[in-house]
Design a protein around this ligand. Structure first.
Ligand SMILES: *Cc1c(COP(=O)(O)O)cnc(C)c1O
Length: 389
């Protein structure tokens, strides 16, 4: 990966986080030094910072086709997801107590749902098929008169499958139920427009689109019933209190602006790299399988499972070669937990533990793909030989 600053090595983990775009850093710098005012202050120091926050809000809104006042800045995707679920569940508690989501959501949705269950709400976790695709008709069947919210992710962060949100939205509308989508993996990577999609709430995170970490946004459609839960000084029109993270918000805005400029070109370039990588892997390695959908897929996502290979061992060996990849497994108290996403797609625990995610992005080159395709086959062969001993 070649950038004007940064380290050597091949980074295939853009879905975990992206490097901050140099132009984003440049946009942020003045707000870490001379422009330091508190946006809530009425004097000119404060008003200069406030103007920057509002300019960033306009840029975020533009990328997703929203109005500026519908964008609430948060500390990232996790908080946006929590805010969406608690905000609607509480506001509509008189109307109902039922939420519909999927079994492949990010932990920040699943854990928030678990908490709501502890508080007495009911949550339906819908299944997905072998590609990780949700069937919108399952949403229809799950809706009850007590359903207050549907939360389905736009694209899955592990296997890259893009969900049929438009279809889910038309069902949600039919039954007059709010729809939230976790669009952290899609905004800035494929066209995302809140009105085209028909969603009422949508989560975004800056560090997945070449912005800084610790900042994101929740889109909340105008007029929607919604209870804030971070309370204090009334920032963000009372919907999320706390002094704004001005420099990061400015960086987030700039990242959205840059994303919009290259969206189509990057999509095409990454899709070609992705498909070349998938083809190369399938040709060079026996017993390798693609996880997720062949076409309804994020441009930069490749996820494969490799028979008789433990992905975690492979990850560590690739790291020694200077190549950063990811597995979907989480380490809990020393044991490897297979990915809930792959299990939901019908993989056995062993298959799930053999899955490798390669996520490509703005600085990925064909040379890096070629090098990976040289390094991986002998490594897989070695690990398989060691395992059969
Ligand atoms: C990264 C991610 C999140 C969490 O966002 P943070 O800004 O890291 O809190 C939520 N959902 C998905 C799909 C993600 O990939």
């Amino acid at each position: 990966m070649k950038r004007d600053r940064g380290r050597e090595g091949i980074y295939f983990d853009y879905a975990a986080t992206t490097p901050v775009h140099p132009e984003v850093i440049r946009a942020m710098e003045p707000y870490l030094s001379e422009i330091f005012g508190n946006p809530s202050s009425p004097h000119s120091f404060g008003q200069e910072a406030k103007a920057a926050v509002e300019e960033a809000r306009a840029k975020v809104a533009q990328l997703i086709g929203a109005r500026e006042e519908e964008v609430i800045f948060t500390s990232g995707g996790t908080e946006a997801n929590n805010l969406a679920l608690y905000g609607v569940a509480y506001a509509l508690r008189q109307r109902g107590n039922h939420i519909i989501t999927s079994s492949i959501e990010h932990h920040s949705v699943l854990e928030a749902c678990n908490f709501l269950e502890e508080l007495g709400l009911e949550v339906t976790y819908l299944p997905v098929d072998g590609y990780g695709l949700l069937d919108p008709e399952d949403v229809r069947k799950a809706i009850t008169p007590r359903t207050v919210l549907i939360s389905i992710m736009h694209a899955n962060n592990e296997v890259g499958t893009i969900e049929p949100i438009r279809e889910v939205a038309s069902i949600a509308k039919e039954y007059d139920v709010y729809l939230h989508t976790d669009a952290v993996q899609t905004v800035g990577h494929i066209p995302v427009n809140v009105n085209d999609l028909g969603v009422d709430l949508m989560s975004i995170s800056a560090h997945k689109l070449y912005g800084p970490k610790g900042v994101g946004a929740l889109y909340v459609r105008k007029g929607l019933m919604f209870t804030p839960f971070v309370r204090g000084g009334g920032q963000e029109k009372g919907r999320r209190a706390g002094t704004e993270n001005v420099s990061s918000i400015v960086g987030f805005g700039r990242a959205c602006e840059l994303a919009l400029q290259d969206l189509e070109g990057e999509m095409k370039r990454l899709t070609a790299l992705r498909d070349g990588l998938i083809r190369g892997l399938l040709e060079r390695i026996k017993g390798i399988h693609l996880n997720g959908h062949p076409t309804e897929r994020l441009p930069g996502n490749v996820n494969v499972r490799i028979d008789s290979v433990e992905a975690e061992t492979l990850l560590l060996n690739l790291d020694l070669e200077g190549i950063a990849v990811s597995t979907g497994s989480a380490c809990s108290s020393g044991d490897l937990e297979p990915s809930h996403v792959l299990l939901a797609m019908g993989c056995s625990p062993e298959e799930a533990l053999s899955a490798l995610r390669l996520s490509l992005g703005r600085w990925t080159t064909q040379e890096e793909i070629d090098r990976f395709l040289e390094v991986l086959p002998p490594l897989v062969q070695r690990l398989r030989a060691m395992r059969s001993l």
